[in-house]
Each structure stands twice: as C-alpha cells, then as structure tokens.
Design a protein around this ligand. Structure first.
Ligand code: COA
Length: 268
C-alpha cells in the first residue's frame, strides 16, 4: 500500500485497457487503493488473472476481461460485462499500446499499421464503445500518450503518428462530449522505468544511462509518478480540467527526442 491511500475514487468504477502491466497496472493499483472498483482489459488471460489477483490480495475490487482493443465487438461486450458486474462505469483509461523500434524502411506497412491500430484505432474503439456507459456528469476519460505525439523520435515513426492521433482524438472527444459532462485528458509520460516500452527502447544498461542523460531531472520516471497524476485527473479534484495534455517526463520534452535514435543504434 502506498502513502497515498485515500478515498478520492470511492464509489467509482474504472475500466482500464492495458491495465495488466507497466504504467496501466500502476494506475490500476493506485485507483484500487483510492476506492475504485476495476475492470481490467488485456489480451493475455494469464497476465489478466495475475493482475486481478494482485489487486484483490491487497483488498481491492477487480475483474478482468480478455480482449484486443482492435476488436470493437469484443470491447462492446467487455463494457456490457463491466456494467453488469458493477452497475456503472465512471472512469476510462485508454492505456493499451504496442511498440517496437524500427526505421521507417525497416518496418512493413503491416508493422506500421499494427501499432496505429493498437494505439490510435484502439483508443477510438474503446472510447466509442464506452460512451453509452460513461455518458453522465462526472465521468472521465484518460488517454496515455507519449512525448512522441509532439516530437519526432527516430525509429518510432509508427508510434509518433499514432500518439499524435491519440492526442487530437482525445481533445476532440473532450469537445464533443463536454455537453454530457464527460471530461477527457491526456498524460504524456517520459521514459518510465520497469515497463515493456523502456525494455524495448533501451534494452541495455548503456542505453538506459543515455536515456537518463536526456532527462533534466536525472532519472527515469516511476509508474507511481504517472499513477499519481492519473488519480488527480480522474478524480473530482480535476473537475474543471478537460482536453488537457499533462506532461510527466522529468523535463525530457524540453531536451527533445532526436538524439534517442543513437541510443537504439548502439544496441544493434
Ligand atoms: N521490426 C519490424 N517489424 C516488426 C517488428 C520489429 N521489431 N515487430 C513486429 N513487426 C511487424 C511484423 O513483422 C508484422 O508485419 P508483417 O506482417 O509485414 O511481417 C507486424 O509488425 C505485425 O506483427 P504481429 O506480431 O503479427 O503483430 P501483433 O499484433 O501480434 O503485435 C506488436 C503487435 C508488433 C506491436 C507487438 O510488439 C505487441 O504486441 N506489443 C505489445 C506490447 C508492447 O509493445 N508494449 C510496449 C508499449 S509502449
């Protein structure tokens, strides 16, 4: 249990995609500690079961649903199940993402599409399928983006394109659904330690050190850094905030991502 135990999300139900590992699971755990009941959606049934079990073992309330965010019908069924179990859905976190480092000429059209489909189309599918359940004052959506959305990052063209889309999709949803009382915001994490993304982008000790060199605060972020911000944005404490991009990156965006291509090159 963290020192942040509170009741900020008491009586709320949160639905999280990509909520079984990494940043998503960090958010899930913080939400559970704060009183929310959870539905976690992921592709891998074993990872889902383990995540649900971990949350329950700490006194939280959670269920899991195995599905791919590229499958709209499966998402509709997942939201129906969450509504059946909990009677309501108040918070949506779109965290499912895919990534592999590759130059533009080193990925196939299908490789590019795979990431865009998971990150961008997946966020669209999730929000679209959630809408009938979320449609009420006090509901909120959180998209997990990346610095890639606003800056070029060598060997990450597919992620840059997808995350830029995620940001504008989320802002547009914030505008269109404000009349329903739904808020929609974006977190832009920098390099977050102990995540699948960083294992892929900085797989060696040297690469990790080079990434940290480009972070003014001199460290990688933690999953708690992102979870704390997510808790704030999805709580009533942020009730007048919508369509906003919150950068949580130790200042990495101030330096830029261009030099990070060399980090990956040295691991090849
Ligand atoms: N370099 C180049 N192309 C690659 C690649 C790599 N390292 N990894 C996958 N691809 C290509 C595949 O070759 C395939 O293209 P093809 O059909 O032309 O051969 C395409 O991407 C889809 O691969 P596939 O494995 O069938 O897709 P998937 O839907 O099962 O997996 C990924 C999607 C590729 C994003 C996979 O890395 C994934 O599932 N990631 C989830 C976890 C993750 O990335 N977490 C970090 C988030 S920040």
């Amino acid at each position: 249990m963290s020192v942040f135990v509170n009741n900020l999300l008491e009586s709320k139900t949160a639905f999280l995609t990509g909520g079984t590992s990494g940043i998503g699971f960090g958010i899930a755990q913080r939400f559970a500690e704060s009183g929310a009941k959870l539905m976690l959606l992921g592709r891998n049934p074993e990872k889902l079961e383990a995540a649900v079990e971990t949350i329950r073992s700490k006194g939280g309330v959670a269920h899991g649903y195995a599905a791919d965010v590229r499958d709209y019908a499966a998402l509709e069924a997942a939201f129906a199940k969450a509504a059946e179990i909990y009677g309501q859905i108040d918070i949506l976190v779109c965290g499912a993402a895919g990534n592999f480092p590759a130059p533009v000429l080193g990925m196939s059209a299908n490789g590019f599409k795979a990431v865009v489909d998971i990150d961008l189309l997946g966020t669209y599918n999730t929000c679209r399928a959630a809408y009938p359940h979320l449609r009420k004052p006090g509901a909120s959506i959180l998209s997990i983006s990346a610095n890639h959305a606003s800056q070029p990052y060598p060997y990450q063209a597919h992620v840059c394109a997808a995350k830029a889309g995620v940001d504008l999709l989320t802002k547009t949803i914030a505008l269109e659904w404000a009349r329903d009382g739904i808020r929609a915001n974006i977190i832009t994490p920098g390099p977050i330690d102990d995540t699948e993304g960083m294992r892929r982008l900085a797989p060696t000790t040297e690469a990790r050190a080079a990434v940290v060199t480009g972070v003014p605060l001199g460290r990688m972020g933690t999953k708690d850094d992102i979870a704390n911000l997510a808790l704030f944005l999805c709580s009533e404490a942020a009730s007048f905030i919508t369509g906003a991009v919150y950068v949580c990156d130790g200042g990495q965006a101030l330096v830029g991502l261009r030099s990070l291509g060399a980090v990956w090159e040295r691991t090849q």
